[in-house]
Design a protein around this ligand. Sequence first.
Ligand code: NAD
Length: 285
Amino acid sequence: MAEILDGKALAQKVRQEIKEIIAADPLLSARPPCLALLLVGDNEASTHYVALKAKMAAKVGINTREFALPAAVSESALVATIEELNNDPAVDAILLQLPLPAHINTPKMLMAISPKKDVDGFHPYNVGLLHMGLSGIQPCTPRGIMALLAEYKINVSGKRALVIGRSNIVGTPMAALLKRADATVTLAHSKSQNLRELIAEADIVVSAAGKAGLVHGSMLKSGAIVIDVGQNYGSDGTLCGDVDFISAEKKAAYITPVPGGVGPLTIAFLLKNALELRLGNDQEK
Ligand code: NAD
């Protein structure tokens, strides 16, 4: 039976560390990190995530400012709001909740955010640093997964890692971080022909496809490390990952559950990024 990689416990530990760092530092306590949360439209899931991020930030002593813009907002009005926040010295970090309405060019908006306030690490400047192996702000979910592997002292060096999904938010930065940690990385996606073979060869499988039941235990190499990023909702509203947990747990050495695996780490590392941006911007003054 696989050992469970407890993302919930690590997230709690990371949040506690952030809280202690802020409380112990007179400068941070006097002027806590400030995270601006930008929500466009009234997408139910996005509204929920923004509220959750604000709530978790408050718990660790990070201030938030929420901006709710109408779904019909123009690109120029959104850019103007972002630029105002870029130029506001009281704001350390900016989060633009995705997805954006179809009439808005998402990459253009992400590029409008100052790389020095880019809490999600989605600006091409930070993406470039990540792919060059240089220090910079890293996307929260992959960062959290690397921290989870480190927490369980799982060395990825030399291992064959398969990342399923190539989005800019999860799959692509995940592959980059695993490569940086010296894994031999394969990046699979919806056009990949031989997913079963790739899964069978992998020592580490990170599934970020958003397809329930994509990875079954029978496909896995015995002793594999299985990270399930997927968040899929059944018709009854229950949450499940991409991996069939019951069968995979029997074959894997380590596995993340859904819920309680990767999900909680994403917000914890968002808060850590916000703190790091506050500290980094301070050093430059
Ligand atoms: P996305 O839709 O942008 O990307 C999905 C990727 O999966 C694409 O690259 C696509 O090519 C690939 N894919 C789809 N079907 C496939 C298949 N059958 N075989 C191989 N590859 C396939 O999604 P995303 O934003 O990267 O998110 C992926 C999943 O992770 C979603 O379920 C999302 O809800 C979840 N997610 C979870 C967290 C978290 O904190 N746990 C954070 C972000 C995303």
